[in-house]
Design a protein around this ligand. Structure first.
Ligand code: ADP
Length: 229
């Protein structure tokens, strides 16, 4: 579903944030992405959600399959096709990124309203997403009245409201206390158990040590666990 072939990303003249990264993530997998700060985790995730592309010259290629006839190709997909691809994936960040002037329901409904979906359809999808993360009772609350754990649940609901093929999370528990972190991690596992592919960058060894899920480890832009593809 996700295929990186010799991907290199240079932000500044000679500093390579990713170096010759080749990997494959299969449909339905749960994969951890680990490495020190600055190792390239966010850059690798941005390649998947199409916020960055590999270098033009000898930068390799990223392919992301999001359904039977929907494949993003970093070499050929035009910029104006990106929004369409993004609707088939959800992204969650460390700092939640909720709209501060809208309540929980409206934060989750926002993207569906922009797409012009019918109110009945929006209500159904939002209630389902809020139930998935266990926060339906707070649907009229404003973000600033919620704890960090609750805000992250809302952000996950917003990411899941389209029923995405793929959920990407960049340090989703980085701002949470251990109990909330564990609860949010449990939600990701549940989402994966229901069939969504999950790629999660994390610093928390409690999650990836003794876990059945695969771990991709980056060090200074290089993938340590190289696969022969
Ligand atoms: P991580 O998520 O593992 O902390 P990043 O992918 O954010 O790592 O960063 C990898 C390297 O690329 C770091 O050295 C960082 O300073 C650099 N970097 C990231 N984004 C940019 C940018 N937009 N411009 C310049 N350098 C960047």
């Amino acid at each position: 579903m996700i295929h990186f072939s010799h991907v290199t990303k240079t932000y500044e003249e000679s500093w390579k944030a990713l170096r010759d990264v080749t990997l494959r993530i299969r449909k339905g997998e749960f994969v951890f992405l680990t490495g020190h700060s600055g190792a390239g985790k966010s850059t690798l995730l941005k390649m998947i959600y199409m916020d960055e592309r590999p270098d033009n010259v000898r930068g390799g290629q990223v392919l992301v399959r999001l359904g039977n006839d929907c494949v993003y190709d970093s070499k050929t997909s035009p910029e104006n096709s990106i929004q369409g691809f993004r609707r088939k994936m959800g992204v969650v960040f460390q700092d939640f990124k909720l709209l501060p002037d809208r309540n929980v329901f409206d934060n989750v409904a926002f993207a569906l309203r922009i797409l012009g979906k019918r109110p009945k359809e929006i209500n159904g999808a939002v209630f389902e997403a809020l139930a998935l993360v266990g926060i339906s009772q707070k649907r009229f609350a404003m973000p600033y009245t919620l704890s960090g754990g609750e805000q992250q649940r809302v952000a996950i609901a917003r990411a899941m409201v389209h029923n995405p093929y793929l959920l990407i999370a960049d340090e989703p528990t980085g701002n949470l206390d251990p109990k909330n972190a564990e609860e949010v991690f449990a939600i990701f596992k549940e989402i994966n158990a229901r069939g969504t592919t999950v790629v999660m960058a994390t610093h928390n060894p409690d999650f990836y040590l003794n876990s059945p899920f695969r771990r991709l480890e980056l060090k200074q832009g290089e993938l340590l666990n190289k696969e022969i593809l």
